[in-house]
Design a protein around this ligand. Structure first.
Ligand code: NAD
Ligand code: DAU
Length: 350
């Protein structure tokens, strides 16, 4: 059996928690180590249902701490890494770029070095899986799609830090023959997403009758994917992806922000038994995000043709599941929006 001690970083975050759950439940023969620093974005509540599984261990650690990371590799001999830990929010990267360099670049370097040193260049049956973003490709105009060969052209400190980490992973593959795969995915949405990102932030504001701050004219386009479909894609690439290769993952699902927000408002009115049009009245156009990328759209035909992956739900279905989850998990939402969140919100939007 291959890859038994799997280190998943950032497993207490949004996407990571879905990946951890999928692996813990689907592969009882693997041991899953979830390493997370529990920053504002990490929340062990996301994994309450699996925390006592025999094949699961949580490690609170920071990937920027080189010695700690080295010691953990020596102790547990992780034969595979699925690396998701990151600072992930573009708006925060505009206010504090260095934090993104520390975690996303230095943190990734620490993992690469620890992995390399642990196996002393004997990498048979080992894998370093780096989870990245479509934002590394920069922005598209009105037409065209990002493919795996699109040149990197990042525009935000967040995407520049992710691009840098992708380059290091690739460089370790070429230089030290370290086995790796990289996936570049589009915008995720779904349960447990921290309400700083568009969809959960707007759901929370609609619940609380607060303004919905649409940046600029709202004519920015993103390609949305339900988070569980991303986790399924990661499972597939982890087991069947080609060594030293890259796969784009996307939802075949482009929406202009303003159209998405209107659809969300409509579905929220239904779920909250409010008169149609109530939530739309909360839409407020605000100052644009600096360096705002106009459009992202993924050509996901490689992963579809080579590995048979496709999104399993439509956007309307995924959005409905997401809204229902947030409405049924008010405690989760209240917990994460108390404390620090309030001062973040005031600084960002007032
Ligand atoms: P998230 O912000 O919800 O979670 C990040 C997790 O990483 C948190 O649990 C946090 O505690 C942990 N973390 C942060 N800094 C750390 C450190 N120094 N040491 C250890 N742990 C640390 O992020 P997400 O949206 O789940 O994204 C996960 C990964 O997927 C990121 O690498 C991101 O770039 C990538 N990605 C995200 C999206 C998206 O739409 N959210 C799309 C494509 C790719
Ligand atoms: O494309 C993948 C990326 O998607 C991931 O790598 C990032 O980690 C993730 O945060 C996401 O980045 P975006 O910047 O696209 O997501 P965000 O939810 O912040 O914004 C989506 C769009 O909505 C974007 O055009 C900005 C806009 N927006 C966002 C917020 C938070 C608003 O108009 N108002 C807002 O308040």
């Amino acid at each position: 059996m291959r890859n038994k001690n799997i280190l998943i970083t950032g497993g207490a975050g949004f996407i990571g928690s879905h990946v951890v759950r999928l692996f813990v439940e689907k592969y009882p023969e693997y041991h899953i180590f979830n390493l997370d620093a529990l920053t504002y974005a990490g929340n062990l509540e996301n994994l309450k249902d699996i925390e006592n599984h025999k094949n699961y261990t949580f490690i609170k650690a920071d990937i920027t701490h080189e010695d700690v990371i080295n010691d953990l590799f020596i102790k547990y001999k992780f034969d595979s890494v699925i690396h998701l830990a990151a600072e992930s929010h573009v708006d925060r990267s505009i206010k504090d770029p260095l934090a993104f360099v520390k975690t996303n670049v230095i943190g990734t370097m620490n993992l690469l070095n620890a992995f390399k040193n642990c196996w002393n260049n004997d990498f048979s049956n080992k894998l370093f899986y780096h989870v990245s973003t479509d934002e590394v490709y920069g922005t598209l105009g009105e037409t065209g799609l990002f493919t795996e060969t699109t040149s990197y052209d990042p525009n935000s400190p967040y995407s520049a830090s992710k691009a840098s980490s992708d380059h290091f992973v690739r460089a370790y593959g070429e230089t030290y023959n370290m086995p790796y795969v990289i996936t570049n995915c589009s915008n995720n949405y779904g349960q447990n997403q921290f309400p700083e990102k568009l969809i959960p932030l707007f759901i929370n504001n609609i619940i609380n009758n607060k303004p919905l701050p649409v940046y600029g004219d709202g004519n920015y386009t993103r390609d949305w994917l339900y988070v569980i479909d991303h986790a399924i894609a990661i499972d597939l690439v982890f087991h069947k992806g080609k060594n030293h290769d890259t796969y784009n993952i996307g939802g075949f699902n482009e929406w202009k922000n303003i159209d998405l927000v209107k659809l969300l408002c409509k579905q929220m009115d239904i779920e909250l038994n409010r008169e149609e049009g109530t939530s739309e009245k909360l839409i407020t156009y605000v100052k644009d995000r600096p360096g705002h990328d106009l459009r992202y759209a993924i050509d996901a035909s490689k992963i579809k043709n080579e590995l048979g992956w496709e999104p399993s739900v439509t956007f309307e279905q995924g959005l409905e599941k997401t809204i229902k989850w947030f409405l049924n998990n008010e405690n989760w939402l209240n917990n994460v929006t108390s404390g620090q969140y309030k001062s973040y919100y005031e600084k960002q939007y007032n």
